[in-house]
Write a protein that binds this ligand. Sequence first.
Ligand code: HEM
Length: 396
Amino acid sequence: MDIGLVLNTLRDPAGVPFYPIVFQALYILTWALHIAFVLLALGGIPLALIGNAKKSIDENWKKLGAHMTQVAKISVSMLIVLGVAPLLFTQVIYDANWYVTNTLSGLWVVAFIYILILAYSLWYWFYYANKGNSSFTWLIGSVSFVAFIAAGVLMHAFANESIQPDQWMNWYAPNGVIDTSGTVLHIDILRLAFMVSLSAPVVGIFLLNYTDYTSKCDGYTAEYLAFVKSLGKKIAIVGLLISAVLFAAWVLTLHMLFHPLVLAIVVFVLILLFMVIKESNSYITTLVLVVTALLISTLREVIRMNIMSKYGYSIYDYPMNIDWPTVIMFLSTFVCVGFTGVGFMLTLAWRAGRTKGLYTADGTVTKLANATVGITIIWALVFIAWGLVVVFKNTL
Ligand code: HEM
């Protein structure tokens, strides 16, 4: 079978609506955001579980556990929302890969949705039950954690299978016998272990941010803050070391140990280690972590491009059919609605969290709130009017 021919034939004949490199850049950016919240959720859940187990004997763990339960809850909603974006971008430029995987592992793709629903519902149950004293609560939280991990394993398997076009035929028809069960599942244990291990440095650095932020709020004793800071520092250091070892082992299997991007990631991990040990400003440490996440996201894409180029598949020569209305609508939504809305919510949360008692919005937040509402109304009107014009133009 000529894999390159198959891949190129499976491309969408309508082409892509804009320059492929833009979709690629957006994929790298949005996947980094997706995985950041995945890692915060996966790192926060164990802390919430420990907090629950120790809440009757340790006040610090009780408080931290309750807060991490919330952090994990919100992170899951963020990771789901932010997972949609890379999913859309990957479907635009690597459509054949994504759809073949979804066919081969169809049963797991459907199972993924139910596993995620189960995991998230159980986490809400844990969240409410955590307020009581039942020992059953811990069990609910643990099952939820296992289900979240299972969802991650599935996501990883889909990504892993999608970059092995040379195996697709073997998986579809092993020994020449077609298998339509949709139960194909192949993982790369080192890649998966590395990805999941990153939850330790992410949650460790998050705890350092948490300490810095709450140190200016009421209701947090110096003893509690010192406890969280020391815990965060330990988790971040041990986590960075474990992730570094797994990373080296993974890239070794890919023969990429001395690739410039890999070396850049190693340098950033060392910088992170240094900053955590030296207790540098935690917000700047987080910025360095964001750059590291973007580099890892870029590396995933470089690995995929290298594999695909072996088969003569390059996203850069995907047929293009620029569709300006779509591009304008997308970019203006992204920039105007997205930036204003997110800016408003972040500013509001930041300030409200530091206010004692009832928070009343001040000048900047009020302006941002009004701008967000105004822009969203204009956006909805333009969206509906534009849609109606297109529908009538095509049907009348
Ligand atoms: C608890 C739920 C989830 C977890 C733990 C999780 C975890 C992961 C992990 C570990 C990867 C990296 C796989 C790898 O490179 O080996 C990944 C990739 C990805 N995830 Fe998620 N994910 C979750 C939910 C979702 C959801 C709900 C969506 C979409 C709405 C999504 C969209 C994606 C996409 C598009 C990729 C990249 C796939 C590719 O490169 O081909 N994820 N996820």
